[in-house]
Design a binder for this molecule. Sequence first.
Ligand code: NAD
Length: 372
Amino acid sequence: MRIGIPAETRPGETRVAATPETVKKLAASHAVIVQSGAGIAASIPDAAYLAAGATIGTAIEAFACDLVLKVRAPSADERAQIRPGTVVIGMLNPFDADNTAAMAAQGLTAFALEAAPRITRAQSLDVLSSQANIAGYKAVMLAANTYQRFMPMLMTAAGTVKAARVLIMGVGVAGLQAIATAKRLGAVIEASDVRPPVKEQVESLGAKFIDVPYLTDEEREIAQGVGGYARPMPAAWLARQAELVHARAAQADIIITTALIPGRRAPVLISEDTVKAMKPGSVIVDMAVEQGGNCPLSELGKTVTKHGVHIIGEANLACLVAADASALYARNVLDFLKLIIDPAGQLAIPADDEIIAATLLCHGGATLRKAA
Ligand code: NAD
């Protein structure tokens, strides 16, 4: 088979869908065509791909393959270069119905890796986890860089410096890594989430869990989430959470928000009144900014200072760690390919496989997965 790796064209996208490590494995039984410069933003020169067994080509050559490996969904311009019947794999955004319809109309077979189910067998190909892990780390790095004080407690001849107090809102993959990273830097950490099992995970990392009691069976049931994901909590629970968070935020030096509900606007967790109550020079990193933000004052792609608080709205933090983000993403892609390529090196899509059913957006001209 011919496998193409085009350069990503979306503004700010620095990652690439294959690295020399994964190309070497693919090139053992396939012809791999990497677009010249595809790895540059992730510090991977063409020569490294060549050495791994790839051919360096143009975008047209990379798109004219049987299998095209992408990070982001192809734009209309990119789609125009893909032939009917091509298999496209990437973070293709299953919630973008228009793009899915366009890919179906073009006769593409498209897999959205971020739609893989959260099951044990899918862990090694879970792009949401690999990228959220990196983003959680980078969020703390950005916060530490903007924060004008130390993170750890220091005892010096000139006096003692207090440890920074960090509040993490939403403790999925990104939040857990943010806790671990802030902990390594010596901060004192508190965290909040809606899902009950998170308490134990937070405490095992040495952070304090902000307990918002569930007062009704309905609240307890909704808090369980679905498939590991959160569901929107009732207003009464959110109001109790907001009250507790307001008090904790006033004490915090850094807040990292990661709270998401799949396919919906992110919940508002840090209101303008809460920002006003924070100390001057405090930092908020709103990791949910692309989904509307957990703080209404955050601005997509910008760092703004409001009421003396620096609010970082950097989108797609994983792109700021391009080399490792690409390395992990490329391994996820390689693991996914094992599901659809048989031992003879031929495409064999097992339609009844749970992971395939969840990720296959379109095939043979038909849209197979609902957009919501
Ligand atoms: P996510 O990115 O969808 O959301 C981030 C966090 O925000 C979640 O923990 C969610 O509960 C929380 N949240 C939502 N509303 C909130 C609110 N009002 N207040 C506070 N927090 C709120 O989550 P994720 O990182 O994708 O992880 C979701 C779950 O899936 C986790 O339990 C994770 O461990 C699990 N997971 C399982 C697998 C697997 O088994 N293969 C792989 C990855 C993740």
